[in-house]
Structure formats: C-alpha cells, structure tokens
Design a protein around this ligand. Structure first.
Ligand code: AMP
Ligand code: ZN
Ligand code: FE
Ligand code: FE
Length: 292
C-alpha cells in the first residue's frame, strides 16, 4: 500500500463515489496525500476539502484532468494545485462540459442506430450533473444488459476506433498547459502510454519526442506509477522522467467503475518525495512569475 495517490475521480465527472465517500475510502485505506482530479470540473473540490477537514492526517491537493488531442491520439493533462476560483478557467470548463453533452448525445444516437437501446435521459441521470463521459454511457449499456461491465462497452463500442465513438473539440496539449500555468496549476501528463502513436508512420512523433516538446512548453511532471502499469512500463517511463527532469507522478485513476480488477486507491502511487517536489515547484518564484 502507498501513502500517496494523485489521480482520483468523483461523481462530479465519471467516478461513482461522491467526494466525501472518496475521502472516507482513502482515509480507511491509509492514504495521507490524495489529489482529486475530475475531468473538466473542479466542482467536487470544495466538498472534498471540507470532508478532509475532519481528517487532520489527510492532505487533499486540488486538481483537474483536461483531455487534449494530438494527431492520432489523446493526451490527458493533470493540473495540480488548481485555483478553482479562477473565473476564466471556469468559463472554459463550462464550455468543455457542454461539448461533452453534445458529443454524448451523438454517441447515444449512434448506439441506437446500431440497435442498442439506451436513452440519453438515462445517461444524464447516471451522470447526476457531473461532466458527462463515456463511462456514463457504458453504465447505461450495462444496465440495459448489452454488456456485462463498462470495459466491455469500451472494447466493443465506445473505444477510439469503436463503431459508436464520437470525438469532440479539444485543446492541444500545449494550450492546456498554458491554461493551467495561467491558473497557477502545475501541468502533469497523465498515463503517457495511453498517448502512444504508431511512430513508424512518418511525421508522427514518438512518445519521447512528444513529452520533450511538452516539457519545453512548461510540463512539470508525468505519470510513472499508474493504474495497472507493469514494472517494465514503470521503469521505461521513469527513465524518460529522469532524463527530461520531470517529476515522476501517478496514482490509481480510481473511478469506482465496477470493472473487474480496477486498481483501488493506494494500490499504486508515487513516493512522498514527489509531493515535496510538486509543492516546491508550486512555491518557487519562477513558477509564480510564470503564472502571474
Ligand atoms: P471521455 O472523457 O468521455 O472520453 O471518457 C474517458 C474515460 O473513459 C477515461 O477517463 C476512463 O475513465 C474511461 N475509459 C477510457 N478508455 C477506457 C477503456 N478502454 N476501458 C474502460 N474505461 C475506459
Ligand atoms: Zn475518467
Ligand atoms: Fe485520463
Ligand atoms: Fe483520470
């Protein structure tokens, strides 16, 4: 068990525990530093921070996860120590959530056309006001008996190359990094292997090149200790982080998704020194002047 988990979701995006339930679970699992990082929403943070007040040994780092596109793949950028009172950021996040609604509706239409009957109203009910994502649609497919568990819905219909997939307008990773720096948040690349493109295609950068470019653009860290990464994946990514002087971050990316074998909070995570490095960068005059 680890003491630090810097990647967790709540009902304010596509997790199924509300912030107080997630905080309680993390306390019961012995965690001492967690980051709550919902997709395109900081709405759960006040509740999480309030819940943490009755647990003096738990620190909650306010965070966010933004989805961005590069040709052929998606890159998720986490932002640590996000200032959720920043109205300029909130305006952008509301637009992203609106884009998620429109795209979700189109995915439901595609599923209906494939003969899978789920309703958009039910998907909205499942999302319970949170930023709508494919896991909510997957849950509706589970309920309707079309698949056994959410991951099967991704494998058969909702994955990037699946028959019901619909994209949406997203930022580039450099735009997301600038948005976060402007807010005072520390940009960190999430689950890097998720963004691996086929580098044998000419003109498509390798993961290492992509991360190098993002570092030049202000990236401060990358996930290394993540979800169900194998020791080989961890050591490969740790090598890149060390070489590029990026803080090695990570966490479970827990959603309470109902998928078999889902990594639980605290089963994977970075060392406490990662938290110290992030806090130090956040306090540094160089970072403060970049974000002012
Ligand atoms: P969205 O934000 O709507 O594009 O959905 C992305 C979310 O879906 C991720 O954050 C994961 O929670 C989940 N997800 C993505 N790919 C898969 C997959 N292959 N199996 C299960 N869940 C997935
Ligand atoms: Zn998610
Ligand atoms: Fe992600
Ligand atoms: Fe995530």
């Amino acid at each position: 068990m680890f003491e630090v988990d810097l990647h967790l979701h709540t009902t304010y995006s596509d997790g199924t525990l509300d912030p107080a339930e997630l905080v309680d679970l993390c306390v019961s699992r012995g965690l001492s530093v967690i980051a709550i990082s919902d997709h395109d929403s900081t709405e759960g943070l006040p509740e999480a921070l309030a819940a943490a007040r009755s647990h003096p040994h738990l620190t909650v780092i306010p965070a966010i996860e933004l989805s961005t596109d590069i040709p052929g793949a998606e890159i998720h950028i986490l932002g640590y120590y996000v200032d959720y009172e920043d109205q300029a950021l909130q305006k952008v996040l509301r637009e992203f959530r609106q884009g998620r609604e429109e795209r979700g509706q189109r995915m439901v239409e595609k599923l209906n056309a494939l003969g899978l009957n789920i309703s958009w109203d039910r998907v909205r009910e499942i999302s319970d006001g949170g930023a709508i994502g494919r896991p909510h649609i997957a849950q509706a497919l589970v309920e309707a008996g079309h698949v056994e568990f959410p991951k099967e819905a991704f494998d058969r219909y909702l994955g990037r190359n699946g028959p019901a997939y619909v994209g949406r307008n997203k930022l580039t990773p450099l735009d997301a990094i600038n948005l976060l720096i402007g807010n005072g948040a520390l940009p960190v690349m999430a689950h890097p292997t998720y963004s691996e493109t086929k580098s044998d295609r000419s003109g498509v950068p390798t993961l290492r090149q992509t991360i190098t470019d993002l570092k030049r653009g202000g990236l401060v860290g990358m996930e290394v200790f993540y979800g169900d990464y194998t020791p080989d994946q961890v050591s490969y990514l740790h090598g890149i982080a060390t070489e590029l002087d990026l803080v090695p971050c990570g966490g479970s990316d827990y959603h309470a998704s109902g998928n078999p074998g889902e990594p639980q909070p605290g089963t994977v995570g970075p060392p406490m020194s990662t938290v110290e490095q992030l806090a130090k960068i956040k306090r540094s005059p160089a970072y403060r002047s970049a974000s002012s």
